[in-house]
Design a binder for this molecule. Structure first.
Ligand code: ADP
Length: 352
């Protein structure tokens, strides 16, 4: 079954994503306000920053327009778009954003490509979602800056070659394994964004609080950091939610430890940053599968979540916390998770 041109499964997944990841208009405006525009404001990911600076500097020295195509991968909200935006600014080109889900036909891509100016950066988010036909259409565009348009149908069909301005492609994905190897091979460099260290998240929260013109205690910053899933977007989102909470309760513009505790309690986010969706997965694992191992399909069916949502949103954080393990037989819950949930351990793999 298809809905709005998307298979029903994709549509549900997209809705799940929107629920978990997307921003409403107001949030989007705030996210853009907080988004770093320069290398100095982009905190952490030092190695990647250095590498990109070198690539850009070298290309500039050679007098080239743009630089080699770059691919970024890592979880949602880790700063892929922000990084690409800063790189585009350094290169001096416009930053054009699109996504693998938005490009449904080769014509969509042709329209985007033919509207680029020399030196522009085309950013394709969730690039693993491009279908094969579109991928193949993209290859000559990024290799030789040409596209081949087919005009007419059947025996009358002709191919027309169109030259494109020299542009730089920057791709981003949360699922590197789903990017085909021919596409991967066409990027000059690939970078993996890592989860953030607490000290970097603290700096990000402090900077965002300043931009939002709120004051915040060091202890409150630490608490938001712990609940941030090691991810800047989550840190900023929590900060904004705590700020709303504080303003509604009449505490004006100051955030302290108590207000963070209250707000997190209200949002049902626990002291490890687990949200109700994470806890549901762990609880289902314990109650229905005696702690595992269980395959992804069964876990998705039992939790009523899409497999991709588990893979992309819940599981990376649970694995990172050491609450879940992936074995060849499936997912297994660990003793750390039992302890955190205050549940009696069944056959958990002993980590302690
Ligand atoms: P992604 O593209 O990986 O989903 P974004 O680049 O959209 O992530 O980042 C989400 C938000 O997190 C940005 O608006 C920005 O405010 C914040 N952010 C991300 N990375 C950093 C960073 N390194 N330093 C400061 N803020 C960051």
């Amino acid at each position: 079954m298809k809905l709005n041109g998307l298979p029903a499964k994709d549509k549900k997944m997209r809705e799940d994503f929107i629920k978990k990841n997307s921003l409403n208009k107001e949030e989007e405006i705030i996210e853009n306000t907080l988004r770093p525009k320069s290398w100095e404001d982009y905190i952490g990911q030092e190695k990647i920053k250095t590498n990109i600076k070198v690539i850009i500097e070298a290309a500039k020295k050679r007098g080239e327009i743009g630089c080699e195509h770059l691919l970024f991968y890592g979880g949602s909200g880790l700063g892929k778009t922000t990084l690409a935006g800063i790189a585009a600014k350094e290169l001096g080109g416009n930053f054009r954003i699109t996504s693998g889900t938005a490009i449904k036909k080769t014509g969509d891509l042709a329209a985007i490509l033919s509207n680029l100016n020399p030196g522009d950066v085309l950013f394709i988010d969730e690039i693993h979602r491009l279908n094969k036909l579109i991928e193949e259409f993209l290859y000559p565009a990024i290799e030789d800056f040409k596209i081949h348009l087919v005009l007419g149908k059947g025996l009358m069909a002709r191919t027309m070659e169109i030259n494109l301005p020299k542009f730089t492609l920057m791709g981003a994905t949360t699922r590197i394994a789903l990017v085909s190897s021919p596409l991967r091979a066409r990027f000059g460099a690939t970078f993996q964004l890592n989860y953030y260290l607490p000290e970097d998240l603290e700096k990000i929260i402090k900077r965002s609080a300043d931009l939002l013109q709120i004051t915040i205690d060091d202890e409150a910053i630490k608490q938001i950091t712990v609940a941030s899933r090691f991810t800047p977007r989550v840190a900023n989102r929590l900060l904004k939610r705590v700020r709303d909470f504080v303003q509604v309760s009449g505490d004006k513009n100051h955030i302290d430890k108590k207000s963070v505790e209250k707000a997190l309690g209200f949002l049902e986010i626990d002291n490890m940053g687990l949200e109700s969706g994470d806890r549901k997965i762990l609880e289902v694992l314990i109650e229905k599968f005696s702690g595992g191992p269980v395959g992804l399909k069964s876990l998705a069916a039992a939790t009523n979540e899409e497999e991709d949502t588990i893979l992309e949103i819940y599981e990376p954080y649970l694995l990172r916390l050491g609450f879940l393990e992936r074995t060849p037989k499936g997912r297994t819950i660990t003793s750390l998770a039992y302890k955190h949930l205050n549940k009696k351990q069944q056959n958990a793999k002993k980590l302690l």
